[in-house]
Design a protein around this ligand. Structure first.
Ligand code: ADP
Ligand code: MG
Length: 268
């Protein structure tokens, strides 16, 4: 079973979506996903047949109003929750076929996670927070420290290595979380409302940083968001409504009507 997990990782890293050396063009394939939540007598169908193929190296935004199913979809492709129906393939491996250990291995090595509320460990410094995933991955401590320092430098926090989250601004905390998401050199970074707790200027800086990392590190970025600022940097935007894919647009096409998009983000 470790063989499957290592294949997942081996196939995963790299920016090219052209299929070199057996790499698949699609880093994520979601097929017919259905997810229901039962609350007492009431059933909510959060995802109602979502299919989506995500290219290696792509910056993809999943947009939609609050409650449309973005986080639920995020949790399915991140292996954080399971669909009632349908399947998710990561680097051609069907997640449903993985046992708990393999799934943990995949989550640790292949996917990095960024959340709206940063989710840093309060008692740890920035350096320790970023290093933590390398410890879970069983990497030598010196390597993990070096990697964490390098990443904090890349996100512009080389001068804040020993600060705890409470000693950092919201934008700086999200930079630490972004650095942490890259610690094990994942092929995919999943970001759920990464700008949701940030002001306009800081949010714009975080979006620019994610785009830069997408370009420079070749990592596929999948962001669930209702922040229209994200459209500017996305290669493709998937609009979700009531648990279904409403439309998929390439950035070039969005440019044509971007002027007509108001501040709908403030509704949600
Ligand atoms: P979004 O991220 O787009 O705001 P979500 O994916 O969080 O939307 O939610 C989609 C729908 O599923 C909503 O109606 C929400 O109330 C419901 N939902 C999400 N998670 C749960 C849960 N754990 N239990 C019950 N209902 C849920
Ligand atoms: Mg959400």
């Amino acid at each position: 079973m470790a063989v499957i997990a290592e294949d997942v990782v081996a196939a995963g890293n790299g920016a090219n979506n052209k299929k070199p050396g057996g790499q698949t063009e699609y880093v994520v394939r979601a097929k017919d996903l259905v997810k229901e939540f039962q609350m007492g007598q009431e059933t909510t169908r959060a995802l109602n047949g979502v299919s989506l193929d995500i290219k290696r190296g792509e910056y993809l935004s999943i947009m939609g109003p609050s409650g449309s199913g973005k986080s639920t979809f995020f949790n399915m492709i991140g292996g954080l929750d399971k669909p009632n129906n349908g399947s998710v393939f990561i680097n051609d491996v069907d997640m449903a076929q993985l046992d708990a250990q393999e799934l943990a291995f995949l989550r640790c090595h292949t996917i990095g996670y960024i959340f709206q509320s940063f989710n840093l460990i309060p008692v740890m410094t920035a350096l320790e927070n970023v290093q933590l995933p390398t410890i879970f991955a069983g990497k030598p401590s010196e390597d993990g420290t070096a990697r964490a320092m390098e990443l904090l430098e890349i996100v512009g926090l080389g001068h804040r290595l020993h600060h705890k989250p409470s000693e950092l601004s919201g934008g700086q905390q999200q930079r630490v979380a972004i650095a942490r998401s890259l610690a094990n050199n994942p092929s995919i970074v999943l970001a759920d409302e990464p700008t949701g707790n940030l002001d306009l200027k800081t949010g714009t800086e975080i979006i620019a940083l994610l785009r830069k990392l997408n370009k420079e590190q070749g990592v596929t970025i999948i962001s669930a968001t209702h922040d229209h600022k994200m459209v500017d940097v996305s290669d493709r935007v998937v609009w979700i409504r009531d648990g279904r894919v409403d439309k998929i647009e390439l950035r070039e096409d969005i440019d044509l009507h971007i002027g007509s998009m108001g501040n709908e983000e403030d509704e949600a």
